[in-house]
Design a protein around this ligand. Structure first.
Ligand SMILES: [Zn+2]
Length: 350
């Protein structure tokens, strides 16, 4: 018996590392998943019921049909696999099929215990010797000299106050509190070192203002990483030996998740702006670029451009406190709707 277990373990290891073993027989699969099988010979459909000791939770069920690449988990989630084959009356699971199932449940486990945003990190762009974009405009009342570093700090601090009040139980953080110069690496280092629970989420919001040669350009926009950009999100050192070989797969899944969340957050912030300043300036939409701070922060992250300091009309708006307050409440509304959505729909469990 010990020998059998050892062999099964070896098979499992080979399957996970993908070195050999093209398919493994049903019993090995049941042992690995700690599952029982109900088989309907008429429809050639199998019901794998997980015991909760291996993958998934007690009551989780995977349904598959012979020859179909689709498996259904808990009657609602479809996952695409290599299917299940039959050879000489025995069911065989291609190793890729098992790998997909494993991967799916790894992620499901994360989702089930990740229902909360624990921290929001606000990053006012530039600062100190780096003034960021500069807007100089003349009017009959004199000269307006607008510095990006100042107005983004102003908005960031307002946002900090609003979020602090709304979420006393969450960590609300600023990368800088005053006119200090911070390197980009220092900002992302702060972001990546925020102490949150293993399965708690943190979001990163970098705040900037824009400049353009075209003085007519105006409006707000939110940047996210390009959909196909791949970050290195998984620290392989932290994975156990059996999971380590599938780190690249986990990385892609996590990246996709962050990417979707970043876009959701970006949309929510744009909607917030629409409701507070949408009548006076343009919504330039979501843009994609691999900005350093967005690229290096290992979490859902966005970069907000509040408006153009080089546009005369918008510069005067950006110099006005009540306008900055409106921009702030736009971002605040967006974050609040993202958090509410995240914390209510993130888990699959009822
Ligand atoms: Zn900037």
């Amino acid at each position: 018996m010990r020998m059998v277990r050892l062999i099964l373990r070896l098979i499992l290891l080979l399957v996970v590392t993908g070195l050999s073993a093209e398919s493994i027989p049903l019993q090995g699969v049941l042992d690995q998943l700690k599952a029982t099988l109900q088989w309907n010979p008429e429809t050639e459909t199998g019901y794998l019921d997980l015991s909760g000791e291996g993958l998934g939770e007690l009551g989780d069920r995977i349904i598959f049909s012979l020859g179909s690449p689709w498996m259904v988990v808990n009657y609602r989630e479809k996952i695409r696999t290599q299917g299940v084959q039959r050879s000489e009356g025995n069911l065989l699971f291609p190793d890729e099929t098992l790998e997909v199932i494993n991967r799916y449940f790894e992620l499901l486990a994360l989702r089930r215990i990740q229902p909360r945003v624990a921290a929001v990190l606000i990053d006012p762009g530039h600062g100190g010797k780096d003034s960021g974009a500069i807007g100089n405009h003349q009017s009959k009342d004199g000269e307006l000299n607008l510095l990006e570093k100042d107005l983004v700090l102003d908005v960031s601090k307002r946002l900090y106050q609003l979020l602090k009040k709304e979420y006393p139980e969450k960590q609300i953080l600023l990368t800088r509190h005053d006119d200090t110069y911070l390197k980009l690496e220092e900002r992302t280092e702060i972001a990546n070192n925020v102490n949150v629970g293993k399965h708690e989420a943190i979001i990163f919001v970098s705040i900037h203002a824009n400049a353009a040669f075209n003085k007519g350009a105006k409006g707000y926009e939110v940047w996210v990483l390009p959909g196909d950009y791949r970050r290195n999100l998984i620290d392989t050192e932290e994975l156990d030996e059996e999971t380590r070989p599938i780190a690249p797969i986990l990385n892609v899944l996590l990246e996709e998740e962050y990417s979707i969340e970043s876009i959701t957050l970006a949309k929510a912030v744009l909607e917030g702006f629409d409701s507070t300043v949408g009548d006076v300036t343009d919504n330039r939409g979501i843009r994609e670029e691999s900005w350093f701070v967005v690229r290096k922060a290992k979490m859902p992250s966005i970069l907000i451009e509040l408006g153009y300091v080089t546009n005369r009309e918008e510069a005067y708006l950006l110099a006005d406190e009540s306008y900055l307050q409106k921009l702030t409440s736009g971002i605040y509304t967006g974050i609040r709707s993202f958090v509410a959505n995240f914390e209510s729909t993130k888990g699959f469990t009822e």
